[in-house]
Design a protein around this ligand. Structure first.
Ligand SMILES: N[C@@H](CCC(=O)N[C@@H](CS)C(=O)NCC(=O)O)C(=O)O
Length: 214
């Protein structure tokens, strides 16, 4: 498989899942600002929206959207048990969490908070949405280790999104169970490895962008 990713972006969730699965994967870096790969080629033919993640499967077709890619990876590596069996209540719960993380946290909260171009009004409007969503998570994670009964692709996605909190001015200390969950999951081997690798790539990308702007 090949994963088109951008350092510390939501594609990190798929990298974590591939590491959990022990998958043989190639990682192709995309600059989501210039929409170019590191070799200079155009990313738009891969995704007309210019967004990561995109997964090229072993059969050669492309899959976009976190909520499709993450269950696909889980099902491709059943031994890793990264998702409950299809057709079960637990699997429906996994989809529920993926939908919540994608639409209520990733898109509704963090995209506007992390967008430096967003007008101040958008930031203050968005800040009002934070508490309701993180309160829900706080109640669910109180006394729990994972979103479901064991680590799943939903945890890979949630830790990826919570990792943006500090950049978006969201202080997780206000939600102690969420904060403990975040700290615990970031210590997991697959997550620690993925975060460390992508942090270095993120710093390099920032340097390249700075150099290009001067
Ligand atoms: N609907 C897509 C959204 C993916 C997404 O928001 N990707 C961000 C990185 S976290 C991106 O590529 N942003 C660049 C852009 O939108 O131009 C999904 O859920 O997979």
């Amino acid at each position: 498989m090949e994963l088109y990713f951008s350092p510390l972006a939501c594609s990190l969730a798929t990298r974590i899942s591939l590491y959990e699965a022990g998958a043989d994967a190639r990682f192709i870096e995309v600059d989501t600002k210039s929409k170019r790969l590191r070799d200079g080629s155009d990313f738009y033919p891969i995704n007309p929206l210019g967004q990561v993640p995109v997964l090229r499967t072993n059969d050669g077709w492309l899959l976009r959207e976190n909520t499709a890619i993450l269950p696909y990876v889980a099902d491709a590596f059943p031994a890793a048990a990264l998702a409950p069996q299809p057709g079960t209540a637990e699997r429906a719960k996994l989809q529920e969490w993926l939908g919540f993380i994608s639409t209520e946290l990733h898109k509704a909260v963090f995209v506007p908070l992390l967008d430096e171009q967003a007008p101040a009004d958008v930031h203050s409007y968005t800040r009002k949405k934070v508490a309701l969503r993180l309160d829900l998570l706080e109640r669910h994670l109180h006394g729990r280790e994972f979103l479901l009964e064991r680590f799943s692709v939903a945890d890979a996605y949630l830790v990826t999104v919570l990792n943006w909190a500090r950049y978006g001015g969201v202080e997780l200390e206000q939600w102690p169970s969420v904060q403990k969950y975040y700290e615990r999951i970031t210590r997991r081997a697959s997550v620690a490895k993925a975060l460390a690798e992508e942090f270095v790539l993120y710093r390099d990308e920032q340097e390249r962008r700075k150099a290009a702007a001067t």
